[in-house]
Design a protein around this ligand. Structure first.
Ligand code: PLP
Length: 391
């Protein structure tokens, strides 16, 4: 790795040169089944023909204009997201962290518009992850992301998921919002129970707070619903998107109800690239596929199959992995009894790419359009790996 690239990542020493469907090929001729998908980004797998064609077409027509002008493709993408969710309005940016920045700004601005500018604090949760900007590392709140980057951005209070006594104690006259991931993915694929989501909604209503769901990893069909909070039946005020929304093209989005977004008037927020014609073409192409009949149902079906196959492997290899499979749809995790990186590395040696997660978890984030044979292949590798590591 050249020193010309700032060494902020602990990288695996492989470079890929090509991807096709659920597979990636490295520069040494190795073939891998991709159950990491660039961290839940490649929801349609690699080189999906419709996504490629739409990006190529738009790149050759008009790539960028800035938000000084109307962008029809951006309007179409927003209208489709609105038509398929709780939201009335969408702001486009370029990453998950930026989407969360927008959500945090929106929450402050909402209370400002209501004549309560003192309400600026956001409650977030232990083991959360909201990004790497100054505000989102403060929202994330753990020492690993904050170390050396002080002073910490003011205005975030942390409680444990499900500890409603601590939550009540943390709410004060300055509290503006509660922000939560429906599944704490980086934190270890911990599903926030539906009952907890429902109670959070109630707490927000009782205290005049906005409920922000960070769906950067869980959104865009990943869990078998377009947005993961739908499982709980709860309607949030704000949801953030990233990762899968562009299928590999960098897009972020902050979706909100009209009421929650009422402070976000002209001049309050912006992004040079956000929702440019090229990004909008990518986002619309992804939606063309995801919203087609049967696509999200396939995620639910493949998710159930992968989960039951994983449960079966876990039961038979309890010296290597814990029995419980975590997650929903095709965002799954298993907790390891050996260091999770041993499992991740061994899986790669067996030709399957998987990412780690917190709490000593190995994650599985396959493309959303996988078929049964991909699951067979991943499970076979996991069986072999467990046998090796269990010896
Ligand atoms: C990845 C992630 C982010 C940050 O997204 P970036 O595009 O890396 O800025 C924020 N929240 C959650 C839940 C994520 O998984």
């Amino acid at each position: 790795m050249t020193a010309a690239v700032m060494p902020t990542y602990g990288r695996i020493d492989i470079a890929f040169e090509r991807g096709e469907g659920a597979y990636m090929y490295d520069t040494e001729g190795g073939k891998y089944l991709d159950f990491a998908t660039g961290l839940a980004v490649l929801c349609l797998g690699h080189s999906h023909p419709h996504l490629v064609a739409e990006i190529q077409r738009q790149a050759a027509t008009l790539m960028h204009t800035s938000n000084l002008y109307n962008i029809p493709g951006q309007e179409r993408l927003a209208e489709r997201l609105v038509a398929n969710s709780f939201a009335d309005t969408v702001f486009f940016c370029n990453s998950g962290a930026e989407a969360n920045e927008c959500a945090i700004k929106l929450a402050r601005r909402y209370h400002h518009a209501n004549g309560n500018p003192e309400r600026y604090r956001v409650i977030t949760f232990d083991d959360c992850f909201h990004g790497r900007t100054l505000a989102t590392i403060a929202a994330t709140g753990n020492e690993k992301v904050l170390d050396g980057f002080g002073p910490k951005v003011e205005g975030f209070d942390h409680v444990a998921v499900g500890d409603f006594e601590a939550l009540q104690a943390a709410i004060g006259p300055q509290t503006a919002a509660i922000m939560i991931e429906p599944i704490q993915a980086e934190g270890g694929v911990m599903v926030v129970e539906d009952a907890v989501m429902q109670k959070l909604r109630q707490v927000c209503d009782d205290n005049g707070l906005l409920l922000i769901v960070d769906e950067v990893q869980t959104g865009m069909g990943r869990t078998g619903r377009l947005l993961a909070h739908e499982w709980s039946g709860v309607t949030p005020d704000v949801a953030t998107l990233g990762k899968g929304i562009g299928g590999g093209f960098p897009i972020g989005a902050c979706m909100a109800t009209a009421e929650a977004a009422k402070g976000m008037v002209a001049g309050t927020h912006g992004s040079t690239y956000g929702g440019n014609p090229l990004a909008a073409a990518a986002g619309n192409a992804v939606l063309d596929v995801i919203l087609a009949d049967g696509f999200i149902e396939n995620v639910e079906r493949m998710g159930a199959l992968l989960r039951s196959r994983l449960e079966d492997v876990c039961r038979r290899n309890d010296s290597v992995i814990h029995e419980e499979v975590r997650g929903r749809g095709l965002l799954l995790g298993i907790q390891c009894r050996v260091p999770n990186m041993d499992l991740v590395t061994a899986m790669r040696k067996h030709g399957v790419l998987v990412p780690p997660a917190g709490d000593n978890v190995m994650r599985m984030l396959p493309p959303l359009n996988i078929v049964e044979s991909h699951i067979d292949e991943a499970i076979e590798a996991l069986e072999d790996v467990c046998r090796e590591l269990g010896q």
